[in-house]
Each structure stands twice: as structure tokens, then as C-alpha cells.
Design a protein around this ligand. Structure first.
Ligand SMILES: CSC[C@H]1O[C@@H](n2cnc3c(O)ncnc32)[C@H](O)[C@@H]1O
Ligand SMILES: [Zn+2]
Length: 427
């Protein structure tokens, strides 16, 4: 099928950051075939959508999530990080069934699609259920089973991860990309991390890990191994595969040598880092070394929302604040991080509106009073809009949200089912 969306504005996030006013995007099957002013492409299409007052832009790539944690949203808010994780979250997670995780992931998919996210990287348990939910939702998912292990080298979960990779690689029209997910250097021993690193290399898959998130983690790694968290990952060989580093808040001077030129990058989760009191990722330091930095939400239990518009705002505000200079960070950088940069870190060509790229795009309603006037559409998207302004979400050429309505998922039924499942979790 060939489609075209015409709107008042198209923000491409291409190399030149072209903005067309008015503009159109045409796609055929899974791929974009033209982007530009309306007169550029008048070819016949199967469906033409005109969104007066709309802004067409790339959909968001959420680089770090635990999607099914939607079921734990609001649990022990405002607790210290390790107390929150160890005393509240982990005991509840021990009760989650595969069906809970399936429904929790669908709940997350509704929230993500409705707020303009087309792809997410997830680390959790019961990944078969997460993969099924992702396939059904129509979204893209970089999925990894969370691994916790020590020197006893209990490889059951690692073997399950290998089976998961074999079962899901390239599935769902290529929308699912399996990875390995060692949780963190304080829950995995160096020997275990090294084993995971070797398996990732053998399989040719990427690695998703929490690193350098809190001051406690840095102290613990220093005491136990005389290394920074990123140094531990380096020594274990994790940088020899595509590496997705969630957080990267507490970067030590020696880390820059490991990070420069890496394949993959750091996924900053500014709201989670702020809410759990963990700190602010040093963007200027990292970008000065050309370390790729993308954006993610983390799970809904720490961030309370999967809305990437909010992450862009938080990112911009915190960087301006910590630097004491408003010019230290701008709206275009925020938008690039949330789309193209995160896609690149994941190894995808998405996140840009350009011929030959994946047809992953969204339309934002810019007709509201709060979006008026439109002196700078990028500033309006980053500093003003929220997920509730999203009208259309297209993934891999398929329209998943049309004029605010989900086309694949039954929103009411999934919300109802999620609420019922909470009863056994919180009994
Ligand atoms: C083993 S599956 C993933 C695991 O990660 C936990 N988690 C959620 N948020 C965070 C965070 O900010 N830092 C570290 N770990 C986190 C989640 O609850 C799962 O147990
Ligand atoms: Zn996380």
C-alpha cells in the first residue's frame, strides 16, 4: 500500500534538519519514498491523509524501558533508589506471571503509541510474553531478558536468552530485535558479565545494561573491583558488541577513553534519574567526545509516564540548569536525541524522515491554543507539546493511531484486564 500524509509542517531531522511548510511524506510498504513540499510528489497513492495544522515528524525511539512495569506505576514513589528497587519493586516483580507481563506490556504499548513512540528497547522477565505483546502492538522492540548472575555461573537464564534470540531474531516483519540484558554490574559478577559478553559476540547481538546510575554503584564497584562501573563492563568485553548503556550518570574521567568511538551509546533517562535522586547525565562532557547519547523513559514505576515529550523537556531543562547556561542545550538536540540518535544507537536507520528510511512517523496536532503561535515548530514540539497532542502514529508503514484512535489494540479491554491483574499483585 502507498500512503501520503500532507500537513502544515514536516520536520525531517535529516542532516540539514529540513523543515517543509507545508510538506508531505509519502511511503510505500515499509519505506519512505518522498519527503518535501506537496508539489514534489503527486504520484497516485492508495490513501491520502490531510492534517490541517499538523506537524509530521519522526516517531520517538525510547532507548530504555521495562514496559510491563506499567503495572507497578505509583509503587513506593519518593523512596530512596535502592530501597525502592530492593524492598518494593523486586518483591512485587517476584509475583508477576507471564500473563501479567504480557498485559503490562500491552498497556505500555497503548501509552507509547498514543504519545508518539514507535520503538522501544526493553529489559525484563518473560520476554516471550513481551515479544508477543510487541508483535501484536505493531511497534518495534529491541528486547532483552534481564540477567542476574554470579560466579556460580548459573547459566539457565543465559541459555533461555539464547533460545529467545534464536526464536525472535527478525520476527514480526523485522520489528523485533533480540539483545542480551545483563542487569547491572552490582547484580552480575565480572565473570558472568564476561560470559554474557562472549555469548553476545558469538550470536552477533547487542547488549543492554544499566551502568553508572547512582553514586552508590560507583562506590561499590570501586570497593569491590577498583574500577568504575563502565570500567567493569569494558574489562568484561561488553564494548566488543553493540552496547546500550542505560543512564551513564556518573561518568568517571577514565571512562571517556572506553566510551569514545564505541558502537552503541548511552541512553539518558532524565526523569527517572531526577525522581530517584540519582543525578544528571553530563551531556556536554560526553558530546565533546562525540559519545552518542540517546533518550529513554526507564520503567513507568520510576518515571510514572512513558511520554517521550516529557523526557525531551526534562533533558533540556536539566542540562540548561546544571550548566547555568540556556545555550548549553537546545530544542533541536533534544528532538534529535529522542528520534534519530537513539535509533542509531540501536543500530537502526529510523528516526529520520528521508527517502529509503523506515516509514516510522507521527503527526502532532499544532492547532491548540498552547501551540500558538508557531514561531519555531521545533521549540513547540520540544518545550510545549505532550503525548496528548499526537494524532497519528505510523510504524513500519502501518498506521497504529489514526486521528487519536488505536487501530490494532483494544484500549478499554487492556486497561480493564490490567486493573484486574493488579488484585493478585497487591493482595
Ligand atoms: C532483570 S529485568 C530488569 C530489572 O531492572 C529493574 N529496574 C527498573 N528500573 C531500574 C533502574 O532504574 N535501575 C536498575 N534496575 C532497574 C526492574 O525492576 C527489573 O527488575
Ligand atoms: Zn532501567
Amino acid at each position: 500500500m502507498r500512503y501520503r500524509i500532507q500537513a502544515d509542517t514536516v520536520i525531517t531531522v535529516d542532516d540539514a534538519f529540513h523543515i517543509f511548510q507545508p510538506g508531505q511524506v509519502t511511503w510505500d510498504g515499509h519505506v519512505i519514498v518522498s519527503v518535501g513540499p506537496p508539489e514534489l510528489d503527486t504520484s497516485r497513492v492508495d490513501q491520502e491523509i490531510n492534517v490541517s495544522g499538523g506537524i509530521v515528524m519522526p516517531g520517538f525511539y525510547n532507548g530504555h524501558n521495562h514496559a510491563a512495569m506499567t503495572l507497578l506505576r505509583g509503587l513506593a514513589d519518593d523512596s530512596p533508589f535502592f530501597e525502592w528497587l530492593e524492598q518494593h519493586i523486586w518483591p512485587r516483580e517476584a509475583r508477576l506471571t507471564s500473563d501479567d507481563i504480557y498485559v503490562g506490556t500491552l498497556l505500555a504499548a497503548i501509552e507509547m503509541i498514543k504519545s508518539g513512540t514507535v520503538a522501544f528497547a526493553d529489559m525484563y522477565f518473560e520476554m516471550e510474553a513481551v515479544a508477543r505483546a510487541t508483535e501484536e502492538s505493531g511497534m518495534r522492540g529491541w528486547l532483552s531478558r534481564g540477567l542476574v548472575g554470579n560466579d556460580d555461573l548459573d547459566f539457565v537464564k543465559l541459555n533461555q536468552s539464547v533460545e529467545f534470540v534464536d526464536a525472535w531474531r527478525g520476527k514480526a516483519e523485522g520489528r523485533i530485535v533480540p539483545m542480551l540484558g545483563p542487569h547491572a554490574p552490582y547484580t552480575c559478577s565480572p565473570a558472568y558479565l564476561a560470559r554474557v559478553g562472549q555469548v553476545a559476540k558469538d550470536l552477533g547481538v547487542g547488549i543492554h545494561i544499566h551502568l553508572a546510575e547512582s553514586p552508590t554503584e560507583v562506590q561499590q564497584m570501586q570497593q569491590q573491583y577498583g574500577l568504575s562501573p563502565i570500567g567493569v563492563a569494558w574489562q568484561a568485553g561488553l564494548f566488543e558488541s553493540r552496547l546500550l548503556i542505560a543512564h551513564g550518570v556518573h561518568i568517571q574521567p577514565e571512562d571517556l577513553g572506553y566510551l569514545t568511538g564505541m558502537t552503541g551509546g548511552i541512553i539518558s533517562c532524565p526523569i527517572s534519574n531526577a525522581k530517584l535522586g540519582n543525578g544528571i547525565m553530563p551531556y556536554s562532557l560526553l558530546s565533546a567526545q562525540s559519545v552518542p547519547v540517546g533518550l529513554g523513559t526507564d520503567g513507568a514505576a520510576s518515571t510514572n509516564s512513558l511520554d517521550m515529550f516529557l523526557e525531551m523537556k526534562a533533558m533540556a531543562w536539566m542540562q540548561k540548569l546544571v550548566e547555568g547556561r540556556p545555550e548549553a542545550f537546545n530544542a533541536r538536540t533534544a528532538l534529535t536525541m529522542a528520534t534519530r540518535r537513539t535509533a542509531e544507537i540501536l543500530g537502526s536507520t529510523g528516526g529520520v524522515l528521508e527517502p529509503g528510511r523506515p516509514a516510522d512517523l507521527i503527526v502532532v496536532d499544532a492547532t491548540a491554543a498552547a501551540m500558538t503561535p508557531e514561531i519555531d515548530p521545533v521549540a513547540n514540539v520540544v518545550y510545549t507539546a505532550t503525548g496528548s497532542n499526537v494524532l497519528y502514529t505510523v510504524v513500519n508503514g502501518e498506521i497504529l493511531l489514526a486521528d487519536g484512535l488505536l487501530t490494532r489494540l483494544d484500549e478499554r479491554a487492556i486497561i480493564q484486564e490490567a486493573k484486574q491483574r493488579l488484585q493478585h499483585l497487591f493482595a
